[in-house]
Design a protein. Structure first.
Lengths: 113, 110
């Protein structure tokens, strides 16, 4: 049982480059979300989804796009990377729309030079 | 701004002692959850307390919730070195968002 799988684990980008962080879960969870974690800032919600075809913005959505075409996958896209997006990114999912227990992936460490 | 504010930011205790962490939040909540993060890893769910509950226990964990003060506390009894981690509270705001606090870094010395 894989749980929540994030790829890649590490990534280095140059300013202006684009990339997609992948997130997949095999638990048939309706709710999926993306957080970024910066030192001293805790986790901040970027985008979330309560089901396939439904997405919404979190606390810090600017510079990021998401889509949810299937229940299993919730990719996060950086269209034009900036140094301020250097962070550790976590994907999380929950079995229902009430978000009572999030399961987290192991994270993607992103550096933007 | 973040919903949850945690106190203290860092806590260092000896093995066997109790550890208490506090969380304050700003708006009405559906539930409050506590998570643990070991260094370099994803977060792991510890315990959830609903807005109509005042206290909950799970093993060595005790969580209280005071909705009138918009605050919660997490007590870890008889701490072990393996409890060394960062602990985060998260509040569900009824609107689809689970918002995390900045965390408390706990160090338990053997």
């Amino acid at each position: 049982n894989a749980g929540v799988t994030q790829t890649p684990k590490f990534q280095v980008l140059k300013t202006g480059q684009s990339m997609t962080l992948q997130c997949a879960q095999d638990m048939n969870h309706e709710y999926m979300s993306w957080y970024r974690q910066d030192p001293g800032m805790g986790l901040r919600l970027i985008h979330y989804s309560v089901g396939a075809g439904i997405t919404d913005q979190g606390e810090v959505p600017n510079g990021y796009n998401v889509s949810r075409s299937t229940t299993e996958d919730f990719p996060l896209r950086l269209l034009s990377a900036a140094p301020s997006q250097t962070s550790v990114y976590f994907c999380a999912s929950s079995s229902n729309r009430v978000r009572e227990k999030l399961f987290f992936g192991s994270g993607t460490q992103l550096s933007v030079l | 701004s973040q919903q949850g504010e945690e106190d203290p930011q860092a806590l260092s205790i000896q093995e066997g002692e109790n550890a208490t962490m506090n969380c304050s939040y700003k708006t009405s909540i559906n539930n409050l959850q506590w998570y643990r993060q070991n260094s370099g890893r994803g977060l792991v769910h510890l315990i959830l307390i609903r807005s109509n509950e005042r206290e909950k226990h799970s093993g060595r964990l005790r969580v209280t919730l005071d909705t009138s003060k918009k605050s919660s506390s997490l007590l870890i009894t008889a701490s072990r070195a393996a409890d060394t981690a960062s602990y985060f509270c998260a509040t569900d705001d009824w609107g689809g968002k689970l918002i995390f606090g900045q965390g408390t870094e706990l160090s338990v010395k053997p």
